[in-house]
Each structure stands twice: as structure tokens, then as C-alpha cells.
Unconditional design. Structure first.
Length: 910
């Protein structure tokens, strides 16, 4: 048949009617959800599915090429041959040939068309068939976020291959499916840095964590691009590998520090200013961290942990889901290699919890609450931000600097390192560098920074923990100030994180304030919860706003007069839930009063600067609409607001089965402290008021796995929780009932193809031997039934009726669970709601060859418990069909149980 040869198309398309009439034997398969087709004009192509078809072109057979089946109305051409077929034809004709190869046909016009198509293909010669150098990892510490429906070029790093050399490499996608497409490109690798082109066709951003692979790297020797005249005459060299239609060019790499600092595109700086800045950065290039393993080390201050005569505190490690052992092992290995931790034999031991970061990667938190309770507190003062910020009023240039893994640049006193020991299923370790979570860590770090930058503080810079702001009246002075800061940091062994530094700006954000040449203003984000408050439409909404405003009425002159139009609307409305939701009549006078109260709530005297030498007061509340929080301080005998915060609940948080009122209130507490107000509360002492009484007894409450992780994140903060009745907690209560928009959750790069990702939770898991937590992917692939099930799950399809009749009973039973099955970390799992915690958990689908081993290990771990208890333990981790029947059979054959089982002896006759 005839068709259109289109070298501009990545895919091959066929009309539905052509497939039905000429190729009825080919079945149409369902298209995976992540595949979307668009024409050159950007319009979506209606695709009905795809078929794997064979082609024969002038005697050359092309096997198993994907063809998209489209609606007849979309295309007037019966067949459009894209580059997936053209490149496969190139391989068939030229690859591996030892002499000249001719591609000719009787129709000269047809031959000319194929010559032109072949000329588009890019070729490169690999040094060997096994030229694989290793995997490419994100170069940034926080990984990579690819925005929705976009393509970006990011920097990756190659740990293997020629070190310290520049060479040519070939970037290939990973063999397993991913939410992000990786372009096959020829690149210049410099000092292990690899440019990688990523494409996200999803409607949501995708995050790739620092420990997730970006792609594969192959070493190449030379590139050979065949022109039109060469195509029909000369074959490719041995080991030819296609590069694809992406332009294979990497260009000359710019200065890494200049690039990471975002200085490449600064139209606000003149060419002369950019040149002077580039010279300064070149001079102090070594003060900037080159990668996540490159952080400084200072010896002018060592962290001490004074515990007096207190006895060592030792706790057992907390169980972890089997699928997190790999992540934990990678984290520990990296910290061991970096000299952050070392193996320990300490009498002290604190537990850890695994916490997923916003970018999708994992980190662990050490729960040092018991160690902190016996540690003598360090009273080193933190700076008064208000007084220092006022000294910036004459400045016009600002730079903010952030230290790379700041705490890890400080050593722990060798005499106290054993006290930092933490226990894991993989052993006992202790910190050589200062960890997060210790109560005196902020004071130690502030002492370090003030010793390092003494003489410059308040004159040209302000430092608060690992955040530094440098300010100057003119450009030349600012360069001199930066030069002095860089020299001090280098002299004391400290390094900066380049991607977090902002150099030479007219306006910057620092510690919840916007600083520019006009002065210091509150960060709009910390008052947006009030400024963005919508106009009330019901009595219930108006009552909530008046509750917030009334809480601070003593700061608003003539409050009753200003709020009278709003209070008038509430007259005659009884305090009833149903009647309180009825509409109200809003007038222009009401709008004036509404705006006046919002303005009063977001400026002095209600809104004030933070005084870090005074304790903070935090009010939190949660409702079925959202979370709310108010950070305040008592200054000059009156309570002043420092910042407001609110957000809507995520869909999963609205599930009553998963989130009780206690859990929501604890979420509000964790969110306010560790996310919204972290800059204020780190190293400070504060009191939290909540209207949930159980939260006030957090230390003695029985917590689930998720709550334990949240509490572990709170361990490094010094606070006390107190109960306050809801009618007295109206400021935070109002914000929680009318929150601002929720931040959309970021999807992770290992979400899987066509299967929703599941957050793995540790729901009171039993201690599991390490050797039972590995090798599941290989074991599942070796199992004939699971191999088939994995294929269907990975492709997000179900077998047809004809295929189903050929499947075994085991496969059929497992596929009945298809809505619950997913691939997590390469392992086939089953999603299930834990009956104890009501949280979503993952069970490993256990291959038949390991049923007996898994049962035996759990049965022995439970001291040869009965069938019900053993089954309960097994179901927390594993799933297989007919588990109940099989386990009871194993139990009946257990010799130990038979010996220990009580026997009822017959009574002797009288």
C-alpha cells in the first residue's frame, strides 16, 4: 500500500478504516494514559489505540513497529510513516553490514524519498557493545522538578566513567517506564556533569528525587552524520547506535557557579557589572559547593551536648516497611562515605523515622526528644531582627547567601559523639557532624556564624543561623562586601550552596520580610491569609471573620464603630448552625468596613517584627475545610501578630477514615511549625495553643506511624503545647475555616506508568530480618504467574477475553485485584487500608517459591503464635492468593507447635 513518508513525525499513524479493511488480523490495544499525541500545530490527535505491525520495504522486513490508529476524520492519508519505522529500516539495511549496501528500487522517485529520509537519521559509533558507563543522577541536592507539559534541560552527574576528564557521551532513557521522557542525545560530559533533556507530557509537575536515576550514559568515540549522497552506498561502522531526531549537540559549558547562581540571564546588570561579578565568582569559586557531597568543615566551633550525670537513654529502632530498606541503605551509605556518620557501639540510641520530602525523595529524622530532655540548654542569644532590618534603609543592593548543609559543616565534640547515636534495622550509627534535631544546635550554629563574620554584622550584613543577607549602598561597595564575606567563609572552612544564593538584587526576601531600597515590608505571603479573605456571603462566614478581627480589637481604634455595619448584619440571627449559613445582604458600607478591618489586621500595631530573644506564641486549628495558624509575640505587654497562615485540606486529608480530628490538629501543628513558620521558630522557645485536648498531651498519646513521623520532625523545636477552648481560639479557628488555596501536591518521577503512586506507611510493622527485605523484584520475575501479572500492571491493561481463557488460575485470581495492584520500587504490590491505622499501605505480592520461607520467618518471630496472629502479622507485609488456607496448612505441620501444644489428659476413673 502507499503512504506518506514524514520525517517530521516521531510516530507512525494509520486510519481506522484502513486497519479494518486491509489488516483485520491486527488487534487494537488500549493506549497507556501517559501517551498523548499532538500535531505540529499543537492540536491533540484523537487516537483510538495502537497496534504492533510488521513492515516490508523493498524486500527489507521491519518487525513489530508501533502504529497509532487514528480516526478517519483526522487524516486524509491512509498511512503516515514516521521516524520510528524509518530508523528501524536504517538498522535493518545498514547496521552490521561488512561491505557496501544498496537500497534501490524500480521507482527512482521512491528511492529518492527514502534517501532523503535516511539523511535525517543521526549516527554515532560506540567504543564497544558494552560501552555502558553507568547511570545519570540529578546534580541538584533537591532533585529536579519538571513542570507540567514542558521540556527542560537539566544537569545530571555521572559517578562512573572517566573522572576529571571531558569526553563525548550518549544519553539513553532507562529501560523501565517513567512519568518523564528522556531524550536520546549526544552530549559533552565535563567533570562528570551531563546535560539531560527531560519532557513531561502530563498535566501535573513531576519531581525526580536526588537518589532517582535520570538515565543511562554510554561512552562514544566519534560522530558520523551521513549525507544524502552517502546513504545508499556506505554502511554504518560496527556497533552503530541510533541517536534519534533530537539535535546531538551539547555546546560549550559555562562556568558552573555562574550558571547555578542564575547570573547568565541578568538584564538588570550592565556588561561591565556582569564582568566584575564573574571575576569575583571566579576568584572565590571554591567557596561554593560543587555538588551535594561537597560541603565545608569548620573547626572553630564544635557542638557539645552537656548532659551532666544523666544516664544514657536507649530506645529500640522503629520498624520500617520492607520497601524502604533500600532507601535507608542508600542514605546511610552516602552519609558514611561523606564522613557525616560512623558506625557506633554507644550506650545511647535514638530511633529514626523515614520522611518523604516535597520532591519525592526520602530522608530520615532522628527522634532526639529523650536526649534533649536531659541536655542542659544553651542560652546563646539570637539577633533582634527588627533593629537590624532598620539599618538597611539606605541600602540599594542586596544579596542573600545560604550555607550548604549548614549543620553538617560543624563537627560534634568527640567526647559527645556517642550521645548522637541512632539505631536502625541496619545497625547503630553516630554522628561526626552536627545533626538536626538537637536542642542546642541552633545556638551552636549562631555562635559559629557570629565568630566567623564578627565585625561585619550590622555594618554590612545580617546573619540568622545559616541565612546571610549582605546589603550595600552601591554596586562597588557591595562587591567589596561580598569579597570580604567569601574570604571569611573560606578562611573558616564554610561553603555556600550556589542554587540557593541570590546575588546583587534590588529586592530580596529575608526571614519573612521583603527588603528593598524603600525599606522593610512584610512578606505578602505571611499576610495573604487575611488579605485574600473572600467577601462573606453567609452569616457563618461573617461570624468567622468577626471572630478573627475581634480577637485583636484592642489594637484597632474605635473598633466598634468600624465594625458596626458588619455587626448589624448579625443582629437577629440565632446561634444555630443551620440558620447561621443563610445568606446576608452585603452593602457598600459593609465592604468599606470589611476592607478597613483587613488593613488593620495586616499592619502595625497588630502586625509586628519578630524579636528572637522573646518567646513566641503559636495558635493552630484544623477544621474540615483547612488548617489555620497565627504566630504571635508578647511585646511591651501586648500580644502582636508576627504572621498568619492557612491552607485548604488536600483530598486525602478530607477522608474521615484516614484523618481523625486528633490527626488533623496534629497535622496543623506540624505544618505550622516545620513549614510555614520554620524560619521564626528554629532555635526559639514558644508555646502552642490548640483547641484539641489530646494534642496537648502529645508526649503520652499513642501514635500511629504517620503521627510518629510528624512528631519526630518536631523534635528539634523547643515548645510546650497547651489546651485552649475553641471559643477562645478564634484567631486560628477563623483561618482554618476559610483557608487560602492549597498547594498542589507534586507527583514523583517513580509514580509508575498508568498506576497511581501509593505512599508506603509503616503501620506498626513487625521487625523484619534484613535478608527478607531484598530480592523481591527478581523473585517475582522468576515466578511464571507473577511475571504475567507484572506485565499487565506495568502496561496498565487487562487481558482480552481470549487471552483470559489461556491464563492460569493463579494469574486470574491475582488479576481480580488489578485495581489494587501497583509497581513500587520495581516490586509488584497490593494497596490495602490498614485496619488498625486506617491508612493506605502496600503489601508485597509474594511469589510461590517464598511462601514457606516468609511464613516460617514470621511464625518464628511471633514465638510460634497461632494461625490468626501469624496471618495478621503476614498481612501487614505480604499478599498472595489462598494465603489463609496455605498458612493454616503450614501451621498444622509445625513440629514445635505440636510439641508445645497443651494436651487435655483424660481423668482417671474413680
Amino acid at each position: 500500500m502507499t503512504g506518506l513518508l514524514d520525517t517530521g513525525s516521531q510516530a507512525t499513524l494509520m486510519r481506522q478504516s484502513v486497519l479494518a479493511s486491509q489488516f483485520p488480523d491486527y488487534g487494537v490495544k488500549e493506549l497507556p494514559s501517559f501517551v498523548r499525541l499532538r500535531a505540529a500545530n499543537g492540536l491533540k490527535i484523537p487516537c483510538l489505540g495502537y497496534a504492533m505491525m510488521d513492515f516490508e520495504i523493498e524486500g527489507h522486513k521491519i518487525v513489530e513497529r508501533g502504529v497509532f490508529i487514528v480516526d478517519d476524520e483526522f487524516s486524509s492519508n491512509p498511512l503516515i510513516i514516521g521516524m520510528n519505522v524509518v530508523q528501524a529500516c536504517w538498522d535493518t539495511v545498514f547496521k552490521g553490514a561488512e561491505g557496501p549496501v544498496s537500497f534501490s528500487c524500480q521507482n527512482p522517485k521512491f528511492q529518492h524519498v527514502w534517501r532523503e529520509a535516511f539523511a535525517v537519521c543521526r549516527r554515532t559509533t560506540v567504543t564497544a557493545e558494552d560501552g555502558f558507563l553507568g547511570y545519570i543522577w540529578p546534580a541538584r541536592r533537591r532533585g529536579v522538578v519538571v513542570p507540567a507539559r514542558s521540556e527542560v534541560v537539566v544537569w545530571g552527574r555521572a559517578r562512573s566513567g572517566p573522572q576529571g576528564q571531558n569526553y563525548c557521551g550518549l544519553v539513553e532513557a532507562l529501560p523501565e517506564p517513567s512519568s518523564v521522557a528522556v531524550a536520546r542525545t549526544l552530549v559533552a560530559v565535563s567533570q562528570g556533569r551531563v546535560p539531560v533533556r527531560l519532557r513531561n507530557l502530563n498535566e501535573f509537575p513531576v519531581s525526580i528525587g536526588r537518589y532517582q536515576k535520570l538515565g543511562r550514559l554510554f561512552q562514544v568515540e566519534e560522530a558520523d552524520v551521513h549525507g544524502t549522497r552517502d546513504v545508499s552506498l556506505m554502511p554504518g561502522e560496527d556497533g552503530v547506535v541510533e541517536v534519534g531526531v533530537v539535535e546531538a549537540s551539547a555546546g560549550e559549558e559555562k562556568d558552573p557557579v555562574f550558571d547555578l547562581l542564575g547570573m547568565a540571564d541578568r538584564p538588570d546588570l550592565t556588561a561591565e557589572e556582569q564582568g566584575k561579578l564573574a571575576a569575583l565568582l571566579k576568584k572565590w569559586e571554591k567557596v561554593f559547593s560543587a555538588n551535594e557531597e561537597d560541603f565545608g568543615r569548620t573547626n572553630i566551633v564544635q557542638h557539645q551536648i552537656p548532659t551532666g550525670d544523666a544516664n544514657p537513654v536507649r530506645e529500640r529502632f522503629r520498624p520500617l516497611p520492607p520497601l524502604l530498606y533500600k532507601e535507608m541503605r542508600a542514605l546511610l551509605s552516602g552519609m558514611l562515605q561523606g564522613g557525616i556518620i560512623t558506625e557506633s557501639s554507644s550506650p545511647w540510641a535514638a530511633p529514626i523515622v523515614m520522611v518523604r520530602k516535597k520532591d519525592g525523595s526520602w530522608r530520615f529524622c532522628v527522634d532526639y526528644r529523650k536526649l534533649n530532655s536531659v541536655t542542659h540548654k544553651d542560652a546563646f542569644p539570637l539577633p533582634r531582627i527588627e533593629e537590624t532590618l532598620t539599618s538597611m534603609t539606605k541600602a540599594e543592593w542586596f544579596s542573600t547567601l545560604d550555607l550548604a548543609s549548614g549543620y553538617w559543616q560543624v563537627e560534634v565534640d568527640p567526647r559527645d559523639r556517642e550521645k548522637t547515636a541512632f539505631t536502625t534495622p541496619l545497625g547503630l550509627f553516630e554522628f561526626q557532624r552536627m545533626p538536626f534535631g538537637l536542642c542546642n544546635a541552633p545556638a551552636t550554629f549562631q555562635r559559629l556564624m557570629q565568630q566567623c563574620l564578627s565585625g561585619q554584622i550590622t555594618e554590612s550584613l545580617l546573619v540568622y543561623l545559616d541565612d546571610i543577607i549582605v546589603y550595600s549602598p552601591d554596586f562597588a561597595t557591595h562587591l567589596r562586601h561580598l569579597d570580604e564575606v567569601f574570604e571569611r567563609l573560606w578562611k573558616h572552612g564554610l561553603k555556600l550552596r550556589p542554587d540557593k544564593c541570590k546575588l546583587l538584587h534590588r529586592e530580596v526576601k529575608f526571614l519573612g520580610h521583603v527588603v528593598n531600597q524603600k525599606g522593610v515590608l512584610p512578606d505578602p505571603e505571611k499576610v495573604s491569609a487575611v488579605t485574600d479573605w473572600p467577601v462573606p456571603t453567609t452569616a457563618k462566614q461573617l461570624k468567622a471573620f468577626l471572630g478573627l478581627a475581634g480577637y485583636y480589637r484592642r489594637f484597632v481604634p474605635e473598633f466598634a464603630k468600624v465594625a458596626r455595619p458588619l455587626n448589624t448584619l448579625m443582629v437577629g440571627i440565632p446561634n444555630d448552625k443551620k440558620l447561621g449559613s443563610r445568606p446576608i445582604t452585603w452593602s457598600a458600607e459593609c465592604q468599606v468596613a470589611f476592607e478597613a478591618l483587613k488593613k488593620a489586621l495586616t499592619q502595625a500595631p497588630i502586625l509586628a517584627y519578630a524579636d528572637f530573644n522573646q518567646p513566641f506564641v503559636l495558635y493552630t486549628d484544623a477544621s474540615n475545610q483547612g488548617l489555620g495558624a497565627v504566630l504571635a509575640q508578647v511585646q511591651e505587654g501586648k500580644e502582636r501578630v508576627i504572621a498568619y497562615a492557612s491552607r485548604s485540606l488536600h483530598p486525602t486529608e478530607r477522608n474521615d477514615a484516614n484523618y481523625s480530628s486528633f490527626k488533623l490538629e496534629l497535622l496543623a501543628l506540624k505544618w505550622a511549625i516545620t513549614e510555614k513558620f520554620k524560619d521564626y521558630l528554629t532555635g526559639a522557645k514558644f508555646v502552642v495553643f490548640t483547641d484539641n485536648n489530646p494534642v496537648a498531651h502529645l508526649q503520652s498519646a499513642r501514635l500511629g506511624a504517620v503521627e510518629q513521623r510528624w512528631v519526630a520532625q518536631l523534635a528539634s523545636f523547643d515548645f510546650e503545647v497547651k489546651y485552649r477552648a475553641g471559643r477562645e481560639n478564634t484567631n486560628a479557628d477563623a483561618l482554618s475555616r476559610f483557608p487560602t488555596a492549597s498547594e498542589p501536591p507534586v507527583r514523583t518521577g517513580n509514580d509508575g506508568v498508568g498506576v497511581s503512586a501509593v505512599a508506603i506507611t509503616a503501620a506498626e510493622l513487625d521487625n523484619m530480618p534484613e535478608d527478607l527485605c531484598e530480592g523481591w523484584e527478581a523473585a517475582q520475575i522468576a515466578d511464571p504467574d507473577l511475571q504475567i501479572v507484572r506485565r499487565y500492571v506495568e502496561q496498565s491493561i487487562m487481558p482480552s477475553g481470549h487471552e483470559r481463557r489461556t491464563l492460569s488460575d493463579g494469574v486470574t485470581k491475582l488479576l481480580r485485584q488489578h485495581k489494587r495492584l501497583c509497581i513500587q520500587g520495581g516490586v509488584l504490590c497490593r494497596k490495602v487500608i490498614d485496619p488498625n491505622t486506617h491508612e493506605l499501605n502496600c503489601q508485597i505480592v509474594c511469589p510461590a517459591a517464598r511462601h514457606l520461607e516468609v511464613w516460617r520467618r514470621h511464625h518464628e518471630a511471633t514465638a510460634h503464635a497461632g494461625a490468626e496472629r501469624t496471618l495478621s502479622s503476614l498481612r501487614r507485609h505480604f499478599f498472595w492468593t489462598d494465603m489463609d488456607k496455605e498458612v493454616r496448612g503450614f501451621q498444622s505441620g509445625c513440629t514445635t507447635c505440636s510439641i508445645q501444644k497443651d494436651r487435655t489428659e483424660p481423668r482417671a476413673p474413680l
